[in-house]
Design a protein around this ligand. Structure first.
Ligand code: HEC
Ligand code: HEC
Length: 195
């Protein structure tokens, strides 16, 4: 059932693609009203547990919004926000956030050199940059990680490991299988410190 719905969501996103022209200005107007209070006025979140969206690939945002809308990614706040949102509105929002310059949140923690080095070595060994790109900017359905909020990265990596978060595919669940909490903390710190 889950897999079928995810496939349907993907098909819907693909079908909506070339037929409509996403409008970042329309997206900006809706975002100011419906998203900025939580995700930040410039798309850089200042709130623990809420991810920054600035600079995320449009395709990633679109697909995650569809997962929220269909209840496949379960986060009450986002399921509420996405309920009934038509595909074109989602694509406008995605175009808006993808165009905003990414950057770290204003409350980013100071760098812990030893922890960051441990995270760098783990990321290299686990091939994170092969999919997320060597500068962790993401592409297409794969999210940007550089400069993301550290506590969000750690929490969401634990969710993938524990199969509490399932995405448009199960790649991240496989990547995180059996990874320890201390290793997750090191990965999250390293990625949050990247610009
Ligand atoms: C009430 C607060 C709130 C509002 C309003 C809100 N969000 Fe969110 N959003 C969240 C939280 C919390 C999460 C992270 C949930 C998690 O995975 O733990 C999230 C996650 C997301 C994600 C996934 C990002 C990622 O990196 O995984 C996207 C995309 C998103 N929101 C888009 C939007 C858009 C677009 C709007 C406006 C239409 C919006 N949100 C409004 C709280 C909010
Ligand atoms: C085989 C390709 C692949 C590899 C390798 C990979 N990822 Fe991912 N990653 C993805 C995809 C695809 C997604 C989006 C999945 C979804 O829809 O939830 C993702 C999502 C994520 C997210 C969610 C971010 C957000 O904003 O919601 C984090 C964090 C993440 N990956 C971190 C990592 C780390 C750390 C590593 C290395 C330990 C890694 N990834 C390796 C493909 C990969």
């Amino acid at each position: 059932m889950r897999r079928l719905l995810a496939a349907a969501a993907l098909a819907a996103a693909a079908a909506a693609g070339p037929a409509t022209a996403a409008d970042p200005a329309r997206g900006a107007a809706r975002a100011a009203e419906a998203c900025a209070a939580c995700h930040g006025v410039d798309g850089r979140s200042t709130q623990p547990g809420i991810p920054s969206l600035a600079g995320q690939p449009a395709e990633f945002i679109t697909l995650q919004m569809i997962l929220f809308r269909e209840g496949l990614r379960q986060v009450p706040a986002m399921n509420e926000v996405a309920r009934g949102l038509p595909d074109p509105a989602i694509e406008d929002l995605a175009a808006h956030y993808a165009a905003l310059p990414p950057g770290p949140p204003p409350d980013r923690a100071p760098r812990d050199a030893a922890l960051a080095e441990r995270g760098r070595a783990l990321s290299a060994r686990m091939n994170c940059g092969v999919c997320h790109l060597p500068d962790y900017a993401g592409r297409a359905q794969i999210p940007r990680l550089a400069g993301q909020r550290e506590e969000f990265l750690a929490a969401t990596l634990r969710e993938y490991r524990d199969n509490r978060r399932v995405g448009t595919d199960t790649q991240m669940n496989a990547v995180m299988y059996g990874v320890t909490d201390p290793d997750i903390a090191a990965l999250a710190h390293y990625l949050a410190q990247r610009d």
